[in-house]
Design a protein around this ligand. Structure first.
Ligand code: URA
Length: 187
């Protein structure tokens, strides 16, 4: 566990703990407000993220940004990271050994940010953070409290590109998050 961002990022840049390191152009460390109250966790980098080293800059990320704008919330307010920091080939779901190898880095990011709310984007984030017994279809939109952090599981933004109905639910879930953020800042 590192107590500063620079050492943590440096160790991920040199990471060879799993096979995803062999094809990466860039690690995708994470981006945003390092004192954020709200953190977003996705699955893993796609092609655009791998080439730019920034999370959620491709199609799915652009759609997520539009939702933020529509809701009057700013991406820069949040800290955004992924379960795995290197791109899985052909955008496949990270294998369990890959997620397991990478999870301590994310845990370290959570310890440094100290968020009050974590939005879990899709099944990979949900299962790796809260446990395999959770399913995204039944869990989305419902708050889960664990060890002093409030979790909101919702659809991965890439799923919205394939299914219009999920967009409405994603939007509702983000509205819940906005409401909760407002109530936290009033305390
Ligand atoms: N999908 C993810 O899960 N994360 C990204 O950073 C981009 C797309």
């Amino acid at each position: 566990m590192y107590d500063n961002w620079e050492e943590l990022e440096e160790s991920i840049k040199n990471c060879k703990k799993c096979k995803l390191c062999t094809n990466r152009n860039n690690i995708v460390f994470g981006e945003g407000n390092k004192q954020a109250k709200v953190m977003f966790i996705g699955e893993g980098p796609g092609a655009d993220e791998d080439s730019q080293g920034i999370p959620f800059v491709g199609k799915a990320g652009q759609l997520m940004n539009k939702c933020f704008e529509g809701l009057g919330i700013k991406r820069q307010e949040f800290y955004i990271a992924n379960i795995v920091k290197c791109r899985p080939p052909s955008n496949r779901v990270p294998e369990q050994d890959e997620a397991d190898a990478c999870l301590d880095y994310l845990r370290n990011q959570v310890v440094l940010v100290k968020p009050e709310i974590i939005v879990l984007l899709g099944s990979t984030a949900l299962k790796n953070i809260l446990g395999k017994e959770y399913g995204i279809t039944s869990s989305r939109g419902k708050w889960v409290e664990s060890k002093g952090i409030l979790y909101m599981p919702t659809w991965h933004p890439a799923a919205l590109l394939r299914d219009e109905n999920k967009k409405i639910e994603f939007w509702q879930d983000l509205k819940e998050v906005r409401k909760k953020m407002e109530s936290l800042s009033e305390r």
